[in-house]
Design a binder for this molecule. Structure first.
Ligand SMILES: [Fe+2]
Ligand SMILES: [Fe+2]
Length: 171
């Protein structure tokens, strides 16, 4: 059975992952409102990924005999200045989430919970990807600019993203 501190911290992380989903869905709505359907598609898939991150914690907590408690999800920002402004926000948000995951790992180690530490390593690796993906798009937009032809091409590219559920290896 999982210890109470970790149970509380994982419940908080479920809320944080669902907030991430909410934030990215709001970004998707913003992109729809400015007729950038490719960007909107990328964000919608990003939101789906975040929901799957929440569900992975949900299942894990149940498996360990913990009790999942769902709490309020705070409202997300709904307006941004430009596409690059949005992706800078994604990047900083992912850095914040990496910090939360690292804190969870610290707690698992402190509580001598090897199973949780092992489970959390999936998220440690995932955060490396999340930060790299966001930062790559920021760099591209900075290099090409986020208006006119460059924006059109980027919209085409981001429109190609398809949802791939996380591998079942950590079941
Ligand atoms: Fe996540
Ligand atoms: Fe993420």
């Amino acid at each position: 059975m999982i210890n109470k501190n970790l149970e509380k911290a994982i419940n908080d992380q479920i809320n944080a992952e669902l907030f991430s989903a909410y934030l990215y869905l709001s970004m998707s709505a913003y992109f729809e409102s400015v007729n950038l359907s490719g960007f909107a598609n990328w964000m919608r898939i990003q939101a789906q990924e975040e929901q799957s991150h929440a569900m992975k914690f949900f299942d894990y907590l149940n498996e360990r005999g913990g009790r999942v408690i769902l709490t309020d999800i705070v409202a997300s920002q709904s307006e941004w200045k430009s596409p690059i402004d949005v992706f800078k926000h994604v990047y900083s948000h992912e850095q914040k989430v990496t910090g939360l995951i690292n804190d969870l790992v610290d707690m698992a180690i402190k509580e001598n919970d090897h199973a949780s530490n092992n489970f959390l390593q999936w998220y440690v690796a995932e955060q490396v990807e999340e930060e790299a993906n966001a930062s790559a798009i920021v760099n591209k937009l900075e290099l090409m600019g986020d208006t006119g032809n460059a924006l059109f091409m980027m919209d085409q590219e981001l429109g190609k993203r398809v949802y791939a559920p996380p591998a079942a290896e950590a079941e």
